[in-house]
Design a protein around this ligand. Structure first.
Ligand code: NOJ
Ligand code: CA
Length: 560
């Protein structure tokens, strides 16, 4: 019988009593890649995914009931938008208690059950961590505002105004108006980059840092596999509160345009991210960043030297491309692929118009959705999907100001209509309210739910959903797609985006027709004389190294 050391026994006892201890073990594949490099992530907009108690709002038990669906689709991890207690001014992005669940979404017991069911189905849980600000109803802020000498005063950013009760400087809120609100209790202003109900935490205060790091530890112990970090570039402000340089014109809220030099992307954020990463590493967890950057050079900074900050800073560059433009996609992919960090591709989320509408031309939207799926799900890197994208869900924008739920849309109407349109209930079937709830949902479903829903599309082999399932299944089984290098092909072709993924002498060709006319590209393939289709849309064929692609046709094929 093999000898079992006292240390092994201790580890075993610890692993049995505290399952997260076992989860901390870091395992890598043959290429040294960790779990988050090959996982498919999927953003669940909690209020709209699945409603278990029929009150019109999605909840945790609803998510738990869909674990099987997520697993069968090919999802390995879900990022759930904020589930913490909140007055819901910004639909959860205003947190009043970081270590609990909002009763409208369930209980901690429901959360634990969801984690356990996720584990059973191979679906990890990623939480949304709102680090820049809390709710103005958080006990820290209530204490902070109560007096200038309260121990929590310095947990937020307070300052005297200018004469005549004017704000301390010209900084404006992302959601319109000054970023400063006067508080009569102490006759000072507090700073809020987002809504006034979301006061900025003062990250220069070590007590804030400690409290927030402890929050992550608390959730890691409950079985969470990582965090999506909200608004990381707004963490620090210039201590001298210098005015931002003025630019010409006004924004959609009518505020003067400024260059946000003194309240965004301050270098101090990187030290915080490095420290947060050290805590994440204790639990083999992943940090995903909401990293809005102009280009890859800016994005690269969030990986940190030697990759010691965020593993997955989101590359939002695709979300700014609003048409099928082969040259632009090639440029973006090449930049991400050579950045030195692991690429993290995103085409849509809860703050921007859905990809179905953005890329869609109104006549071929399903085909375009498939082309986009074949593109970003076969690149070297990690994709983060948005719920409903896989069934071709479209934006359902409010038509009248009085229907708008997102406060930003009410302030900015009609130039800024808010984000309700991309947050509507998941379309599960063609019954009332798309099978989301028997109660009227908090946002209305678009009429297209009759054809674009999980139940109907599951029966149609040519649906958007079945295409996603095939591509995702391939991603999970084909080592070339997971590990291979990326090489752009036919770079002068303005109609077809094509590239090779190559690994250990094997290659896969991806060819995507981005036009509404048929194309017949031919390829110089590595010693190859033919192609074997792995996944293709209807009507695609190949002969030798020549491919026939119908309008908006997509082919993923093994080079033989
Ligand atoms: C980014 C989130 O994605 C958005 O929905 C929210 O309104 C702001 N951060 C403020 O937390
Ligand atoms: Ca509910």
């Amino acid at each position: 019988m093999p000898r079992i050391s006292a240390t092994t026994i201790l580890i075993l006892i610890a692993a049995l009593s505290f399952p997260w201890v076992a989860a901390q073990k870091k395992s890598v594949d043959a290429e040294g890649h960790e779990w988050w490099q090959h996982a498919v992530f999927y953003e669940v907009y909690l209020r709209s995914f699945a409603d278990s108690n029929n009150d019109g709002i999605g909840d945790l038990k609803g998510i738990t009931s869909k674990m099987r669906y997520l697993h069968d689709l090919g999802v390995d991890a879900i990022w759930i938008t904020p589930c913490f207690p909140s007055p819901q001014v910004d639909f959860g992005y205003d947190v009043s208690d970081y270590e609990n669940i909002d009763p409208m979404y369930g209980t901690l017991a429901d959360f634990d059950h969801m984690v356990a069911e996720g584990k059973r189905h191979g679906v990890r849980i990623i939480l949304d961590f709102i680090i820049n600000h809390s709710s103005d109803q958080h006990k820290w802020f209530l204490a902070s505002k109560s007096s200038k000498t309260n121990p929590y005063r310095n947990w937020y950013v307070w300052h005297d105004g200018k004469p005549g009760q004017q704000p301390p400087n010209n900084w404006t809120s992302e959601f319109g108006g000054s970023a400063w609100k006067f508080d009569p209790t102490t006759n000072q202003f507090y700073y809020h980059y987002f809504y006034a109900e979301q006061p900025d935490l003062n990250w220069n205060n070590p007590a804030v840092e400690k409290a927030m790091f402890d929050v992550t530890r608390w959730w890691y112990k409950r079985g969470v596999s990582g965090f999506r970090l909200d608004a990381v570039d707004t963490l620090f402000e210039d201590p001298d509160l210098r005015d931002n340089p003025a630019l010409t014109g006004t924004n959609k809220f009518g505020d003067p345009n400024t260059d946000e030099k003194y309240n965004k992307k301050l270098p101090e954020v990187h030290e915080v991210l490095q420290n947060l990463r050290k805590v994440a590493d204790e639990s083999n967890a992943v940090l995903i960043g909401e990293t809005w950057t102009k280009n890859i050079d800016e994005l690269k900074q969030y990986y940190g030297g030697k990759n010691k900050e965020l593993q997955l800073p989101m590359d939002f560059m695709f979300t700014r491309v609003d048409k099928l433009d082969p040259a632009e996609f090639r440029r973006q992919i090449a930049a991400a692929d050579t950045s030195g960090g692991w690429p993290t591709y995103v085409i849509t989320n809860h703050d921007i118009e859905r990809s179905y509408n953005r890329y869609g031309d109104g006549a071929h939207n399903d085909d375009i959705a498939k082309v986009m799926a074949a593109l970003y799900l076969t690149l070297r890197g990690t994709p983060i999907m948005y719920y409903g994208e896989e069934i071709g869900m479209e934006n359902n924008n409010p038509k009248r100001k009085e229907d708008v739920k997102d406060p930003e849309g009410r302030t900015g109407w009609p130039k800024e209509i808010g984000r309700d349109g991309e947050r509507t209930p998941m379309q599960w079937d063609d019954t009332a309210n798309a099978g989301f709830s028997t109660h009227e949902p908090w946002l209305p479903v678009p009429p297209s739910y009759k054809s674009h829903n999980v139940a109907t599309e599951s029966k149609d082999p040519n649906s958007v959903l079945e295409f996603y399932r095939k591509v995702l299944a391939l991603r999970h089984t084909n080592p070339v797609i997971l590990e291979g290098t990326y090489t752009a092909l036919n770079e002068d072709d303005n109609s077809v985006v094509s590239y090779l993924r190559t690994y250990r002498g094997k290659s896969v060709l991806i060819a995507l027709n981005m036009t509404t006319t048929a194309q017949k590209p031919s390829f110089k393939l590595p010693g190859g004389s033919g192609l074997k289709s792995l996944v293709a849309t209807e009507g695609v064929s190949s002969s030798g190294t020549e491919v026939t692609l119908p309008p908006l046709g997509a082919l993923i094929a093994e080079v033989q």
